[in-house]
Structures are given as structure tokens and as C-alpha cells.
Write a protein that binds this ligand. Sequence first.
Ligand SMILES: C[S@@+](CC[C@H](N)C(=O)[O-])C[C@H]1O[C@@H](n2cnc3c(N)ncnc32)[C@H](O)[C@@H]1O
Length: 227
Amino acid sequence: MSSTNFDHFSSNYKELLDRSVALSGEGSEYFAEYKASYIARMVGKDFRGKILDYGCGVGLLSGLLKKYLPGSSIHGYDVSEGSIRMIAPELSVQGVFSSDLSRLHYDYELAIISNVMHHVPRNDRQQTILQIERRLAHRGRLVLFEHNPLNPLTQWVVKHCPFDDDAILLRPKEAGQYFQKAKLAIARRDYVVFFPRVLSVFRSLEPMLRWLPAGGQYALIGEKHGE
Ligand SMILES: C[S@@+](CC[C@H](N)C(=O)[O-])C[C@H]1O[C@@H](n2cnc3c(N)ncnc32)[C@H](O)[C@@H]1O
């Protein structure tokens, strides 16, 4: 369970997030689009599989995944029923979007958990990753995006974000331990989103900096091998 109840933020989630990340010179859309295009590069734009967006909230990332991977089908799960109710109808007709875990499938080729784990109490984090692993197809991949606790701008954003009161950030090492215990082989770890808008001229260098623990966020990718 999460201690922040996102039902209270579902009607203006995007607006609150836009305000929180304003220091970067970008809006919430920039960060969601960054992740969707990162995933599209990883799986290829012709990917036609089934994707689970775990902790999908109001569907900001789900919608962009559908845009970048139009042949895929996107499903979403979130503990916040209020957020699920805000999912755009064109998304909810093409996949399952629910607060009921039992409605999810067991053959996702790809699952994403984006900026969710820092809201999950430490004692529940391993279980959360296991819940997802269980629902992946053989060789299915899990992509975790998280705030990088070492980045000062990220720390500032989290401190001032109205729905981050409960946030306890986690380093890639902690996330990696959850993956390993869930038997997800770590295929890749990338630091991402380095430059604010004012330094956007340097953004083309970001893929080369993926090893540098200075990015605003990081991505961890694990692959399921067991049956
Ligand atoms: C910061 S929002 C991120 C939303 C979306 N993933 C994104 O990247 O824009 C965190 C979301 O995680 C959800 N959440 C928190 N704990 C959860 C849990 N244990 N299982 C599923 N969703 C959870 C919240 O309800 C909220 O919608």
C-alpha cells in the first residue's frame, strides 16, 4: 500500500506535477515523453506486445506509450481508484485499467513501474516487484524508473511536490536487490534526464552519460528467465 492517497490528487495531478518540475524548465509531459521514447527505442517502434503500466496513475505515461508504440496494447494498474477513473476513454477501451490486481493478465511482454516505488513503504517493495514479475511472460522485461536520490535538483523537486510527503527515495542498488530476489536478471541500468531546458543544447549527449550517477532519474531493466 502507498501512504499518499493519490485519489486526492487525481483531478489535478498533471497540473501539480507541472508546477513541481517547473524549475527544470519543462512540464510533466517532457518527462513522460522521455520515458515513452526510451522504451520505444528499447523494444522498437513496431513492438506489438502487451504492456503493463504498474502504478499508472491518471495514465500520463500510458497515453504516450500508446502514441510511441501504436501496435501495442497497454494495461494499467493503480491502487488509486480515483486516478484510474481519470484514464482517457481511448486508452481504457484498448486494455485493462483497474485497481483490482486480479483483473491483470499473466503474459505481459513488458511492464513498467515509473516513479511508484518511492511511495511504497520499504516493507512492501519486494512484494510489489514480485507482483509484477509474476505477471510477466517468459523473457518479459520490467523497466523501473525512479528518482535519483543523488541529484540535488531531484531532491528539491521531491521536497516541494505536494504528493511526495511520503516519498523515500531508493538507489539503484536497492532496486536491483528487489529484482535479484524476484529472479529478474538485470539487463541494464541507465541514468537519464540530465539537463534542464536551459542546457537543452547538451541533451544529445545524454545517452553517452548513462553511466554517470548524476541524472535526475534512472532506469533499471530486468528480464524474467524462470517459468
Ligand atoms: C508519482 S505517481 C506516478 C504515476 C505514473 N506512473 C507516472 O510515471 O506518471 C505514483 C503512482 O503510484 C501509485 N501507487 C503508489 N503505491 C502503489 C502500489 N503499492 N501499487 C500500485 N500503485 C501504487 C499511486 O497511486 C500513484 O498513482
